[in-house]
Structures are given as structure tokens and as C-alpha cells.
Design a protein around this ligand. Structure first.
Ligand SMILES: *[C@@H]1O[C@H](CO)[C@@H](O)[C@H](O)[C@H]1NC(C)=O
Ligand SMILES: [Cu+2]
Length: 329
């Protein structure tokens, strides 16, 4: 659409310009343990930038889903608190992915596809300040929390992250994930007597490990109580030289740490979601693909940050640094 000189200029500006999904590791990402051969050198480029044709959703890597390269990189429990992170750091492999930049924000969405990328339902929307303006390019400082909807059925899914910045650049990266537990597909929840979330009760009822946890420590086998660390652990030791009492205390410390970590990672499992997963809006994907017109929305761009017209039930409001504006579609 633009001349050679301008395209070259775009390439030069792009060379310090973008962010990509770092965790969970993307399909064909350099930090994905299942990537074979070279990583995709264009993961942190916006769609249609730099004279490169837009590859379709998920940077064109949905075909990897049923291959070894598309194995799930993380397992999330339905209803758990989870996170994703963004990086502008150089991707190791080829030379094309330069050091990125966070563009001082933008708007993001994350969502899940249960049909291998045909449709994506919104999980959370950030209206502005995504990536975090002051978060730099290091993924350690670009971590975003969200809650996996409690009613996502168990199974494999595609996690997607999208970004539209004030330069009207769109990027989308995807990761193969596994969803465990959850309320199951379309399961009718019994009408709750109160609308308050029912936290740990539901949780423990759903978990099979309610018989307690086992640890092997200093050749002792220890049994610790389930879901609590207020009772002691009981160990049987092979060697009479080991102090059983000491090992039992050690096991309890270990157990306590494990339970506290598990607690931290899990938001209360909600009995019902305000909006059923299937009724959530689709992610806004056809927007600002520089090289495509068909069916494309266009963001307003600077000085506005994108306001997603249909953000779904979980919205994180930005910091108000820029006004939000809906795209024209
Ligand atoms: C993000 O989630 C992963 C597991 O999914 C966890 O290992 C990591 O500690 C979490 N990071 C933060 C900053 O909470
Ligand atoms: Cu850019």
C-alpha cells in the first residue's frame, strides 16, 4: 500500500518496536520446549508490517496443534488464577526479531479457543495500559493475572493474546494449553442460595487428592493431612538412625509451603460464571492488519487507546493516561 521508501522506514522503526507473548510459550516460540528447528522470527512483529503478509490467526501456527510441536505448554485448572507475560527481549534464534518496545501501552485481550482456533472467546480485556507503560520489555515486569473461567471444559485449548497499540499495530500470539478440572461443559449449576462465591469447599470436593499428601524425605515415607497443615505428618523410616520426629517436622514444613503455594495460585472457584463461557463475546481479531481490508476494523490510533466494543465480563480498566476510543468496523 505504501511505497518502498516508506516500507523501509516502517522496517527501521519496527526494529525497536514490539512485544510478544512470552508465557505461556507460544506456538513456534524460541522458549517453547516443543519447538523444532528455528523459532518463528516474526512473533513480535505486528500483522502486515514490514512488507510481510499477514499469516492469519495465531501467526499462522494453528496447524501445529496436532503435532509434537503443538503440545500443551501449561495446564491450568478451570477457575484458577493464572497469568501471562509479555516480552520485548530479543528472540534468540534468527536475526529478524529485534529488541522490542512496549509502545508505552495499548489495549490487550486474552481468550481461549476450544475449536483449534476457529473461534476465540474473550477471557479478559485490558482497556489501555497493556503492555504496562512503565514495565519495560522484560517479561518479569510484564505479568498479567487473570482467572481461567470456571466453566471452561477440560481438554486442550488455544490461549490467545492480542494487542492493539496507538500506532494502530495489531499483534496476536497463541499458546497450546491444557485445561483441567472445571465444572464441565454446559453443566447446569444448582441454584445457589446466595450469589457469593463458594471457595474452598467446592475446590476440595473436586480434588481427588483429599486423602492427603505423601512425601519421601531422608528415606522416610511421610503422610501429611489433606488441605491443612495444622495436623502433623506421620512418617515411617527405613533407617532407625534417622530421627522420625525431626523428619515429621520437616515434612510438615514442606507440606505447609506446598499448600500455601497452591492457595496463592488459585482464585476461589466460582460455582457459576456471570456469563457462560459459550456466551462470551468473540475476541476482536480482525483489526489493523495493515495489509488487509476485508472485514477489518480500524482503531483510531494516537492519541487514543483502543476501547474494545465488546470486552466481555472481565475488564481491567487502564490508568486513564489516554482516552479510549472504539474502532470503526
Ligand atoms: C505465573 O504462572 C506460572 C504457572 O502457570 C507460575 O509458575 C508463575 O510463578 C506465575 N508468575 C507470577 C508472577 O505469578
Ligand atoms: Cu511497533
Amino acid at each position: 500500500m505504501y511505497g518502498k521508501g516508506l516500507a523501509l522506514l516502517a522496517l527501521v522503526t519496527a526494529a525497536q518496536a514490539h512485544m510478544h507473548l512470552f508465557f505461556p510459550p507460544t506456538l513456534k516460540g524460541d522458549n517453547n520446549p516443543f519447538t523444532k528447528g528455528d523459532a518463528d522470527p516474526l512473533l513480535n512483529y505486528p500483522y502486515g508490517c514490514c512488507g510481510k503478509p499477514s499469516p492469519g490467526p495465531c501467526k499462522g501456527h494453528l496447524g501445529l496443534l496436532d503435532t509434537d510441536e503443538g503440545k500443551p505448554v501449561v495446564t491450568w485448572q478451570a477457575g484458577q488464577k493464572a497469568n501471562f507475560s509479555l516480552s520485548g527481549l530479543q528472540i534468540n534464534t534468527p536475526t529478524e526479531n529485534p529488541y522490542g518496545g512496549n509502545h508505552f501501552g495499548g489495549s490487550c485481550q486474552v481468550g481461549l479457543s476450544l475449536d483449534k482456533g476457529k473461534t476465540f472467546k474473550v477471557v479478559s480485556t485490558w482497556q489501555g495500559n497493556c503492555p504496562l507503560r512503565e514495565g519495560g520489555e522484560d517479561p518479569a515486569n510484564q505479568v498479567f493475572d487473570f482467572v481461567v473461567p470456571a466453566d471452561v471444559p477440560a481438554g486442550n485449548a488455544v490461549f490467545a493474546w492480542t494487542w492493539v497499540n496507538r500506532e494502530k499495530e495489531f499483534n496476536m500470539n497463541c499458546a497450546s494449553v491444557a485445561i483441567a478440572g472445571g465444572n464441565g461443559e454446559n453443566q447446569q449449576q444448582p441454584a445457589a442460595s446466595s450469589s457469593a462465591p463458594a471457595p474452598s469447599k467446592t475446590q476440595s470436593a473436586q480434588h481427588p487428592e483429599s486423602t492427603g499428601a505423601q512425601y519421601t524425605l531422608k528415606s522416610c515415607t511421610c503422610e501429611c493431612p489433606s488441605q491443612t497443615y495444622t495436623d502433623s505428618c506421620q512418617c515411617t523410616c527405613e533407617s532407625p538412625a534417622v530421627s522420625r520426629r525431626l523428619v515429621e517436622r520437616e515434612a510438615l514444613t514442606l507440606h505447609k509451603r506446598r499448600l500455601q503455594h497452591a492457595e496463592k495460585m488459585k482464585a476461589p472457584v466460582r460455582r457459576t460464571e456471570a456469563v457462560a463461557f459459550k456466551s462470551r463475546p468473540d475476541m476482536l481479531i480482525n483489526i489493523d492488519w495493515k495489509d488487509k481490508e476485508d472485514g477489518q476494523c480500524h482503531s483510531a490510533g494516537s492519541p487514543y487507546e483502543l476501547k474494545f466494543p465488546d470486552p466481555g465480563p472481565t475488564v481491567v480498566q487502564g490508568d486513564g493516561e489516554y482516552q479510549l476510543k472504539e474502532p470503526t468496523c
